[in-house]
Design a protein around this ligand. Structure first.
Ligand code: SAM
Length: 122
């Protein structure tokens, strides 16, 4: 099974200039914990999680670019899901954005998606 088989239909992303409150709303409305941050062309700039939002509240940060993680661990569509599971575990994260060769965001793959896949196979 490859990343492309597990990919969600639409990629929910945040723009770098979006307010932190808008990003928080997007997470709540879509029931997600991770949002890839993209530029005007949809290229990956960073990732923001609900943990980063908590951090923003604690430190009173106002800008998304200040709280997002800029060095992002990613997945490619043609990688096996097993490889991504190992990558997620190694970096102690819970999800990775899926990007193409031009760094365009195609979606997200989370530890939750992977456990759901394993459950459906058994
Ligand atoms: N090893 C990390 C540490 O000790 O700081 C643990 C992750 S920590 C609980 C959550 C942080 O990981 C957040 O700041 C979030 O932005 C970042 N993060 C989540 N997914 C990521 C990914 N795919 N690539 C890089 N950072 C990520």
């Amino acid at each position: 099974i490859m990343v492309r088989d597990l990919k969600s239909k639409t990629a929910i992303t945040a723009r770098a200039e979006e307010a932190i409150s808008e990003v928080a709303r997007k997470m709540v409305d879509n029931n997600i914990n991770h949002l890839p941050v993209v530029d005007h062309a949809g290229r990956l700039m960073g990732i923001v999680t609900s943990w980063d939002i908590a951090q923003a509240v604690a430190k009173d940060s106002q800008k998304l670019t200040e709280i997002m993680t800029k060095k992002v661990i990613v997945a490619m569509e043609d990688e096996p899901v097993e490889v991504i599971a190992r990558r997620i575990d190694k970096h102690e994260i819970s999800g990775v954005p899926i990007v193409d060769r031009n760094n365009l965001v195609k979606g997200m793959i989370t530890a939750e998606d992977i456990s759901r896949l394993i459950c459906s196979q058994n």
